[in-house]
Design a protein around this ligand. Structure first.
Ligand code: CAA
Ligand code: NAD
Length: 293
């Protein structure tokens, strides 16, 4: 079955990026959000990214308009009905994802392939909210989606091998390098990355170094593009908190446990860059200032 039309659910940090790369790869793409305001915000961020590509002469104005013409934002789930593959990128909470896929299952033809961009939930547990676990995979993209080259393609014990290969090929069509992963919590990248990020918060809590010094240490000492606390703000502290809880629940190991400071920051709504405040204050986004706790 050839993929001709793509659906994306969620137009936040990840969904907007996935919708953008899908339209750039030539697929008519429908992206669904919960309110018109959030649809507009997501599409505006795509417009900004495409305008930057025009400025850098990577695409021309006509190509930008073609890409934009392939994108449709909506709040109506029914608009996803004709899509051959639907990629979900909503909040990292199991009940929300199961409810969404249950509704999509009732709406879409049996041929539609479902994919979740979950960071840490078990694909099997999401897939069993549908009657098509054989047509269900994980497609785990990385933030920022238009820039990061990787997609983890995740299969469960129930995934049809032909559907899995089709999704590996789809990842390549989106301009990504696919890696194959089993349905193990956190897959490959987050199994390794999440304990590191949580340890950076523990180092801060224990007074090992300041926010700036912890970040500069990993940038200048290890060549990372961002320090861990900047990266946490970039990923979203709410999302990281959900991920940590899910991974701790699965593995029962301290390295996956949420540090108390992370919980308190999420309770306070300091969810990182997207909220204007996290380990840094983004009042001036060009010059983030480290917070004082
Ligand atoms: N959307 C689209 N493009 C973006 C972007 C965004 N949000 N942010 C930056 N870019 C582009 C810029 O336009 C620029 O493009 P050119 O090279 O063509 O000019 C390029 O990325 C580099 O940007 P900058 O020069 O502004 O800044 P930088 O050199 O610091 O790079 C970065 C920014 C690519 C984000 C880099 O800092 C980086 O790689 N950071 C680490 C990101 C990372 O680790 N992501 C994984 C997070 S974990 C995850 O995603 C999994 C999970 O489940 C939580
Ligand atoms: P986000 O908070 O930026 O966006 C989530 C969006 O989903 C919100 O805009 C919300 O309005 C929308 N939403 C919630 N319920 C919905 C529904 N039923 N239908 C349509 N839209 C709905 O979060 P994000 O960072 O984009 O994360 C989304 C998913 O991607 C999560 O599962 C997360 O674990 C995963 N992920 C995140 C990152 C990251 O770095 N942030 C990286 C890889 C994977």
């Amino acid at each position: 079955m050839a993929i001709q039309k793509v659906g994306v659910v969620g137009c936040g940090l990840m969904g907007s990026g996935i919708a953008q790369v899908s339209a750039q790869a030539g697929f008519p793409t429908v992206v669904r959000e919960v309110s018109p305001e959030i649809v507009d915000k997501g599409l505006r961020s795509i417009d900004k990214n495409l305008a930057r590509l025009v400025e850098k002469a990577i695409i021309n104005e006509a190509q930008k308009n073609e890409i934009r013409g392939r994108l449709k934002g909506t709040t109506a789930l029914e608009d996803l009905k004709g899509c051959d593959v639907i990629v979900e990128a909503i909040i990292e909470q199991l009940p929300a994802k199961r409810e969404l896929f249950g509704a999509l299952d009732a709406l879409c033809p049996a041929s539609t392939i479902f994919a979740s961009n979950t960071s840490s939930l078990t694909i099997t547990e999401i897939a069993t909210a549908t009657k098509r676990p054989q047509r269900f995979v994980g497609l785990h993209f990385f933030n920022p989606v238009p820039v990061m080259k990787l997609v983890e393609v995740v299969r469960t014990i129930a995934t049809d091998p032909a559907v899995y290969e089709e999704m590996v090929a789809f990842g390549t069509k989106l301009g990504k390098t696919p890696v194959r992963a089993h349905d193990s919590t956190g897959f490959i990248v987050n199994r390794l990355l999440v304990p590191y990020l949580l340890d950076a918060i523990r180092a801060l809590e224990e007074g090992v170094g300041s926010i700036e010094d912890i970040d500069n240490s990993m940038k200048l000492g290890c060549g990372h593009p961002m320090g861990p606390l900047t990266l946490l703000d970039f990923v979203g502290l709410d999302t990281t908190y959900y991920i940590a809880n899910i991974m701790f629940d699965e593995f029962r190991e301290r390295r996956f446990a949420s540090p108390p400071l992370l919980k308190r920051m999420v309770l306070a709504g300091w969810n990182g860059r997207k909220a204007g405040r996290g380990f840094y204050d983004y009042s001036d986004p060009q010059k983030p200032k480290a917070m004082k706790f």
